[in-house]
Design a protein around this ligand. Sequence first.
Ligand SMILES: CC/C=C\CC/C=C/CC(=O)SCCNC(=O)CCNC(=O)[C@H](O)C(C)(C)COP(=O)(O)OP(=O)(O)OC[C@H]1O[C@@H](n2cnc3c(N)ncnc32)[C@H](O)[C@@H]1OP(=O)(O)O
Length: 286
Amino acid sequence: MALAAARRLLLHAGSRLGRREAVDGARRFANKRVLVETEGPAVMKLRNPPVNSLSLECLTEFTISLEKLENDKSIRGVILTSECPGIFSAGLDLLEMYGRNPAHYAEYWKNVQELWLRLYTSNMILVSAINGASPAGGCLLALCCDYRVMADNPKYTIGLNESLLGIVAPFWFKDMYVNTIGHREAERALQLGTLFSPAEALKVGVVDEVVPEDQVHSKARSVMTKWLAIPDHSRQLTKNMMRKATADNLIKQREADIQNFTSFISKDSIQKSLHMYLEKLKQKKG
Ligand SMILES: CC/C=C\CC/C=C/CC(=O)SCCNC(=O)CCNC(=O)[C@H](O)C(C)(C)COP(=O)(O)OP(=O)(O)OC[C@H]1O[C@@H](n2cnc3c(N)ncnc32)[C@H](O)[C@@H]1OP(=O)(O)O
């Protein structure tokens, strides 16, 4: 209840802020964790340092920004990227899934579903400019896009690595992976929790293009120009034809999926795995 109220407040604050910046002449709007520029091709930048983890607040602001762009009929495409150096997104926020209560897990998961459904079924052209590490939920964001451009830096990896954390990618993450890289590659990568280097990601088809780091944004813009040349109605109907069954698969069982997540993540053994993973992240810093 309190979270729903917070979302309403954010939505209100977001639209006020959006109006004010537009009046200033800058074609951009922002909330704390997402910046959107609408000059030229729209660009949505995640800015939730240090690692753009998708906290509940970040998910909410992301969803609201997307909603605003969808409602603006002059916006036909959006480039999704990050403002955090070296990180596209570290994925779902582990602290939203660790040491909380079942009601929190349920609320969090509902918002994860919401963002995914909006992104995956967006009528807009979505191009990701992957300018950093992109594990798990970070990879999920990129997979929702129509085209993925990744920076050629071997330090950056991408993939659904959930099994390394002792958790399981839900069926709709899996469905999207299979749609993108095929059943066999997805089966192997999901079990191993593979994090692909840019070159490997290109080979398997997780990304569509790998370019020198300083060209990621210009390449994403030129890809966008090409896609914008296609009539919206035919592209949108085609996208819908390709993606509807996958989205419907979640829509028809959203509540059951929330229940499943909540009971899975609440298990002592899963909480223990997450604890160990968080400790490992801390120790890495040494
Ligand atoms: C039935 C279904 C059940 C379950 C499905 C649940 C699905 C989950 C999908 C997910 O997305 S789970 C999240 C998976 N994410 C990861 O495994 C990424 C973990 N992070 C990293 O590998 C690294 O942090 C990085 C490569 C992204 C960046 O490395 P680096 O630049 O060296 O930063 P640090 O590792 O030092 O991290 C800085 C800081 O941030 C914290 N952090 C990192 N990732 C997350 C995260 N996903 N959520 C929350 N916090 C995160 C890290 O612990 C550090 O915190 P300090 O307090 O120590 O500064």
